[in-house]
Structure formats: C-alpha cells, structure tokens
Design a protein around this ligand. Structure first.
Ligand code: ADP
Length: 466
C-alpha cells in the first residue's frame, strides 16, 4: 500500500516537476557558487603575489645599494619580527647553497635548486606558486625571485588565514544553497500544483461527462495560456460531441415520426390486398405503389444521412474550381419545362462568367433544392428570378419568387428536418430539402438568409467567401 503510494507519487507530474525544478536550481546555484569561489580565490592570490613581488623588489634594491651583507641583515631583521610559522625568508645561490634563512623548522623541505635552475633556463626573474606543507596539513604562497647576481630570494607566506576565510565562505554558501534548494522545492511544488489544479479540473469534467453530464464545461479562468487552450479545445470538442448527440437524437425522433408513415402506408396497401382477392392489374398497382413508397423512403434516408454527414463534418468539403454561372444556368434549364408548364417566368440575372472554388456537387444540390422550392411554391403567372454576383471578395446568389411566402413563425423552422409549413402541405415534399441546403452551406463556410411576405413571395440569399 505504502510502496504503491510512493510509486504513484514518483509517477506524478507534480513530483517530477518539483524535482526537476529543485535539481535545476541546485545545479545552477552550485555552478554560480563555484565560479564565484574561484574568482575570489584568484583575486586573493593575485593581490598576495603582488605583495610578495613588491617585497622581493625591495631586496633587489637593497642588494644593489648594500650588497649581499645588507640583504642578509635585512632578512634577519625581518625574520625576527615575523612569526616563523606564518612567513619564511631564504637567500640562496644558483647552486642551491643557502646564504641566509629564517627559522624554517615548521616548513619542511622546500625546493631551492629545482626552481632557480628552471628560472635560469626559462629566463624568468620571478616565479610564484602554491606549495603544500604536509607537516602542517596547510598550504602557502611562495615567491622565488632573482634579487642579485647569483642570488635568489624565496619568501613564503602561509595561506592558513586565507583558507580559514574561504572555509567560512564555503560553509556559509553551502547553508545558503541548502536553504535555497528547500525554498525552490517548495516554490516548484506550489507552481506545479497550481498548473495541475487546472488540469485536474479538466480531468474532473471529463469524468463527469463519462458519467453522462454532457452539458458540463471546463472553466477557463486564464491562469496559464497552455491550460486555457487545453480547456478551450476540450470545450469545443464537447460542443461537437453534444451537437452530434443532438443530431443523433433528432434522427431517432425523425425515424419514429416521419419514416413510420410511409412504412405504415406500405403495410396498409399489403394488408388491403391480402384481405380481398384482387385482379392481376390491381396487384400490379399495389406493387407500383409499394415501389413508390420505397423510393420515397430511400430518398429520405439518403438525404438524412447526407445532412448528418455534412453537419458532423465527417466528409471533407472538396475544393475544386468550377464555373458557377454555368452551374446555375444548367439548373435553370432543368426546371424550365416545369416553370413553363406552370406559366412561371423563370428569369436570370447572371454575369458572363464567375469562377468559384468549392464543392461542385454540393453547390449543385443547394441550387436545385432552392430553385425547386421557388417554382413549387409559386402559383401560375408568377416569377422566379435567379441572380449571382461577385463583390468585395464574396459571391452572392439570390433566388426571388412571387410565391405563397412563409409566415414569420414558420421562418424560424423551415431549416429543421421534416418541417413543412401547413399552407404548403398540398404541394408534396418531405421537408428535408432546406435542412440539407443549410447543412451544406455551413460546411462550405457560407451563410443563408431568408426574407418572406405571405402571398407576396420570398427571397433566399446565399453568401460565400471567394
Ligand atoms: P419540402 O420542399 O420538401 O417541403 P423543404 O425543406 O425544402 O421541404 O422546405 C421546407 C418548407 O419551407 C416547405 O415545406 C415550405 O413550406 C417552405 N418553403 C420552402 N421554400 C419556400 C418558398 N420558396 N416559398 C414558400 N415556402 C417555402
């Protein structure tokens, strides 16, 4: 149980983010500290070297003025006044013979000849170095300088004090880094927690939805842009799921109401013929009626599927270039015989040419559906006018008729599936045409608007971006 909790904690995003933050902080602080520490060390050594060099220059001048004896007595004096554990002074020749020296009992063996011959070989006037004194477990800074002919001066200064300071500094910095790591871990944990609170909300909403609350949405409070985007995308996905569910429910309702009637009619025809003995011609009539009803049913089902597909955005909208004016003209020619029969004046007001890039087949069905309605719902001697124009980066297509019109109340419903206005019921049709038109237009990112006055006519205006 406990082990499982630890395992889960190790896999949690908060834990990982916190650790990452703390480790990154610790590494960066340590690097910063090391750079700082070595800078301090280098500066200290530089100033110490300068001091030692000035000291040797003093003896070089003395050698010139007072010779070896003068330097010897000055060293003896200097050695007297200094603590022999902290500093040493030594004068020797190039062979390594000691000419004079302070008390070096606590300094162990410090090289003389090796350094002086190296200096001679390389033509150096002085050399500084840090030496370790194993006897004292300490380090010292030492300068070896040529102060006169065949005379080398060596001065050593214990680094005990400097090392003590650096040790204190090191300890202080370690404590500071330790505190900073704890603080950064807490800050990292709080930040990770804050970021994941929003994620937890998305998860909770997803859980509620999986239990059936499809109307729940994630609160977008704008704490973090990324989470805000996740929430917005999640909500958009939910809107889509909800609209798909709504259309599925509508389809179920439609099947229950509207597909039932043709089926009931088919059954009625069959039943009537079963009850009474009929002639062969009557049976043929029955078969013809059944086929007609079946065709209507198939048409209805196909159109419903097309509407659902377009609304759900299942199929990609094809983008092909075509001549829109030619497409409209072809549709008008298709309906002209019916218009002529009804003595309807079918007029067009179209430009020479208008190229449009979209789904040609869908546009064909949109135009024929609206045109068919306009002719169907316009009485004899009426007019149906079709126009198209391109302006300000968009295409407008208008269908105007002088037909029976649509009431204010019906106008809100004509795009619903199976909706047919009461006044038009005698005209035939199933009420799916305009639903399909709207679903197609929206899938092509277009808009449709309708203006209508009872007994005066209607205007259907379509707009698409060019
Ligand atoms: P259908 O034409 O098969 O009845 P539609 O979905 O195409 O179905 O149209 C829905 C309803 O809108 C029609 O039944 C009709 O009442 C009304 N309608 C559509 N176009 C017109 C029009 N041009 N004039 C008058 N009413 C119309």
């Amino acid at each position: 149980m406990f082990l499982e909790k630890i395992h889960n904690l190790r896999k949690s995003l908060i834990f990982r983010l916190t650790i990452l933050y703390a480790v990154a902080f610790a590494v960066l602080s340590a690097i910063g500290f090391l750079i700082f520490y070595y800078r301090i060390y280098a500066v200290t050594m530089e100033s110490l070297d300068l001091e030692l060099l000035e000291e040797t220059q003093k003896y070089t001048a003395l050698m010139k003025e007072e010779g070896l004896e003068g330097a010897r007595s000055a060293i003896a004096e200097e050695a007297e006044s200094e603590n022999p554990d902290e500093d040493f002074f030594r004068l020797f020749n190039f062979k390594g013979d000691i000419l004079t020296s302070s008390d070096m009992s606590s300094w162990g063996t410090v090289d003389t000849q090796g350094i002086s011959s190296k200096m001679q070989k390389e033509g150096l006037s002085y050399v500084t170095q840090t030496i370790t004194i194993p006897e004292r477990d300490d380090t010292a800074r030492m300068i070896t300088a040529i102060v006169g002919p065949n005379t080398v001066l060596q001065i050593g200064e214990s680094l005990e004090e400097v090392n003590d300071y650096l040790d204190i500094f090191l300890k202080l910095f370690s404590i500071l880094i330790f505190i900073l790591i704890i603080v950064s871990t807490i800050i990292g944990w709080l930040l990770a927690k804050r970021a994941t609170i929003d994620m937890a909300e998305v998860t909770q909403t997803a859980e509620e939805i999986s239990n059936g609350s499809y109307d729940r949405r994630v609160q977008i409070k704008g704490r973090f842009k990324e989470i805000e985007r996740l929430g917005a995308t999640f909500n958009r996905m939910l809107d889509r799921i909800q609209s798909l569910l709504k259309s599925m429910k509508e389809i179920n309702d439609n099947i229950a109401h509207d597909l039932r009637s043709p089926l009931a009619r088919i059954r009625g025809i069959a039943e009537m013929n079963l009850l009474k003995e009929k002639s062969i011609d009557e049976y043929k009539d029955m078969a013809a009626s059944t086929m007609e009803e079946c065709d209507t049913l198939i048409d209805m089902i196909n159109t419903m599927l097309d509407i659902t597909e377009a609304e759900a955005g299942v199929n990609e909208v094809k983008a092909e270039e075509f001549e829109l004016v030619a497409l409209i003209r072809e549709a008008c020619e298709l309906f002209r015989p019916i218009a002529n029969e009804k003595k309807i004046n079918l007029k067009t007001n179209l430009p020479e040419s208008l190229t449009f890039k979209s789904d040609r087949k869908k546009m064909q069905r949109i135009v024929t559906n609206i045109l068919e309605n306009a002719i169907k719902f316009t009485p004899a001697d009426g007019t149906v006018a079709v126009s198209a124009a391109a302006q300000d980066g968009e295409v407008r297509i208008e269908f105007e008729d002088t037909g029976m019109g649509i009431s204010e109340n019906d106008l809100h419903h004509i795009f619903e599936r199976f909706y047919r206005c009461d006044r038009s019921r005698s005209q035939g049709g199933v009420g799916l045409g305009l639903s399909l038109v709207k679903a197609y237009i929206e899938s092509m990112n277009g808009t449709i608007r309708v203006w209508s006055t009872i007994n005066q006519g209607s205007l259907f205006a379509l707009k698409f971006a060019l």
